[in-house]
Structures are given as structure tokens and as C-alpha cells.
Design a protein around this ligand. Structure first.
Ligand code: DGY
Length: 326
């Protein structure tokens, strides 16, 4: 009997057909909740799951005793209970690399948009309020030649830094658990303690994954260390930042502006003041959301799941300890 896959992410017809060659595939393209009755009913017979943006809980795993592998169509896996998966021998695969450049583009989009007040001023034109020449009250800040501080210097952090250093002549600072001598040489990047980076940067961009250690890494104390002219950008996860402290820092003018792709609660609560603040550019978590990249991520997840369910080593295994080669 063929193994069964529940596909709750957006896969194209070719990808569904590729999975269908070896497996029974049940597609849930519009699944919005793990409590969906048809999805729950299918879980007991599922060997593989593929999708994104669904919180997988240990309780859901209890309902899926045959589960062998999950392929998330994302780089981040903070909504998966990794320890519980590993204990049960369930492989978790993610999609690094294919989204690096697109996510870095989003980071730079936010740097530019926040610095040059692009959304605020485009809104002014849209409202028909462009009545006279733009004066100092609407001027933005330069990006070129400034200091860009990256919190986290993995693939995405390095790709943002490359844009800044090579495209905009920026000085690059980074705080990261390990030094990156090859990037120091390539980009003239300088590793700093977090506090020192916050004090010295004109732009602070967060790219660390969300873990128990990075939750609320940036809060009131950290915003107080930044320059009053600093622009803060988050393309990582909302919970890395204490959002109440961020709102206060923006309202009190402790920092100049923010460009945000991620929030503590997503979709953003209608009560949040952030999208209404003139000095905030808020995007709906579009870091990797281009046609090309989302297709490549889905393909990577398909390839990972096929290899995992065949008992061959998946390309991108998050929980190595769950891997028991045949
Ligand atoms: C990722 O892949 O982790 C992106 O942030 C989309 O969730």
C-alpha cells in the first residue's frame, strides 16, 4: 500500500503529480486550521505532511500515529514542536537557501522604504495632497554610506549585508554567536557585541531565528541604546522583538522609524497601532513571497518529503537526531 501524504500548502499541479507517483496525496489547499474536520479525519492514516503556516502541536501528533515526516514550506520552524517530533522519530525538513536572496530583497526594501518614507509619501500623492514642492518636513534619511547593523549573520543576514556593502557603500556591523572571517574579508564586516552594534548603527536589521534564547531579544533597554535617528527593520520573527517596547520607542521618538515584515501576532491585530504610524512601514510577512521563490520553496519541500518517506536522507533535515538510516 502506498504511503499517504496530506498536502496543506500551495503546491502546483506538477508538484502534486510528482508526489502522486509514489504516494497517495490528499490535498487541503485552503486549510486554515488544524481543527478542520476533514484534515483531522485524515490524520490517523498520514505518513507525511507538507505545508506551511499551520501550528503543529504534540496533541495533533497524537492523532497521527503513522506520521514519519513533515516538510514545511518555510525556513522557520518555530511553529513545530521539534523535541516532540524527534522523540517520536518524525523527520522535520525545511527550505533554506532557496529563499535567501528574496528575503534579503525584502530586508532592503524595508530599509529603503523606511529611510525615504516611501509609503507615507506615496499615500500623500494618492490622497491628492501633493500641492507644492516637498520640503524638509518630508525629507528622509540617506541609506548609502551609513552603518548597517545585522543582528544574526546567517545566510539571510549576510545577503542583506552584501546589498548594503556592495550596492550602497555601507559599513557593516554584525552580532552573531560565531565570527564570520570570510564575510569580514568580503564585505569589511565587523563583529560586535549586541549593545555596541545597537549604539553604532544607523540601521538595525534583525535576521535571527526565533528560539527560546532570542524571544524578546530586543526590548526597551535595546531601543534605548539605539541612536534617535536609527531605523529598525525586522524580517525574522515578530516575537524576537518586544512589540510594546517597539511601539513606545517609535511613539516617544527614541528611534526614527521601523520597517516590519513580521509581528508578534500574525495576521496583525486590528487594534495594533503599528500600521497607522507614519514612521512605520508594515508588510504582511512577505519575506519570501514571490512567484519564483515560493515555487522553489514548495519544490524543495516536495523533494525533501519524497526522500524522507523513501528512507533516503532528506536535503534539509532540521532534527538530525530523528534520522535513522535504513
Ligand atoms: C520562512 O520561510 O520562514 C518565512 O518567514 C515564511 O514563513
Amino acid at each position: 500500500m502506498k504511503k499517504r501524504i496530506l498536502a496543506y500548502g500551495r503546491l502546483n499541479d506538477d508538484q502534486l503529480a510528482q508526489l502522486g507517483q509514489d504516494f497517495e496525496v490528499q490535498a487541503f489547499p485552503d486549510l486554515s486550521s488544524a481543527d478542520d474536520p476533514a484534515f483531522r479525519a485524515a490524520l490517523p492514516e498520514a505518513h507525511g505532511l507538507i505545508g506551511a503556516s499551520l501550528a503543529i502541536t504534540p496533541e495533533l501528533l497524537d492523532a497521527a500515529p503513522k506520521l514519519e515526516a513533515i516538510a514545511t514550506i518555510s525556513l522557520g520552524y518555530d511553529n513545530y514542536p521539534v523535541e516532540a517530533l524527534t522523540r517520536r522519530g518524525i523527520l522535520l525538513c525545511n527550505t533554506p537557501d532557496v529563499l535567501t536572496e528574496t528575503t534579503a530583497d525584502t530586508g532592503f526594501l524595508l530599509i529603503m522604504a523606511a529611510a525615504r518614507r516611501a509609503v507615507e509619501l506615496a499615500d500623500l500623492v494618492k490622497r491628492g495632497d501633493w500641492q507644492a514642492g516637498i520640503g524638509p518636513e518630508h525629507f528622509g534619511s540617506d541609506v548609502h554610506g551609513k552603518t548597517l547593523g545585522l543582528i544574526g549573520f546567517g545566510r539571510i543576514g549576510a545577503a542583506v549585508a552584501r546589498r548594503g556593502a556592495l550596492g550602497f557603500g555601507m559599513r557593516i556591523l554584525y552580532s552573531n554567536a560565531s565570527p564570520k572571517p570570510e564575510l569580514d574579508a568580503e564585505l569589511g564586516a565587523e563583529r560586535r557585541e549586541l549593545d555596541e552594534l545597537l549604539e553604532a548603527s544607523d540601521f538595525v536589521c534583525v535576521t535571527v531565528p526565533l528560539t527560546a534564547e532570542t524571544e524578546h531579544l530586543i526590548g526597551e533597554r535595546e531601543f534605548a541604546l539605539m541612536k534617535p535617528s536609527a531605523i529598525f527593520v525586522n524580517i525574522a520573527r515578530g516575537k524576537v522583538v518586544n512589540e510594546a517596547a517597539l511601539i513606545e520607542a517609535l511613539e516617544m521618538g527614541r528611534i526614527r522609524a521601523a520597517g516590519l515584515d513580521v509581528f508578534e501576532q500574525e495576521p496583525l491585530s486590528p487594534e495594533s497601532p503599528l500600521p497607522h504610524m507614519a514612521n512605520v512601514v508594515a508588510l504582511p510577512h512577505i519575506g519570501s513571497a514571490t512567484h519564483e521563490t515560493r515555487t522553489a520553496m514548495a519544490q524543495r519541500a516536495v523533494d525533501n518529503l519524497i526522500l524522507a518517506l523513501r528512507g533516503e536522507g532528506p536535503l534539509n533535515l532540521v532534527n538530525d537526531a530523528a534520522w535513522r538510516p535504513a
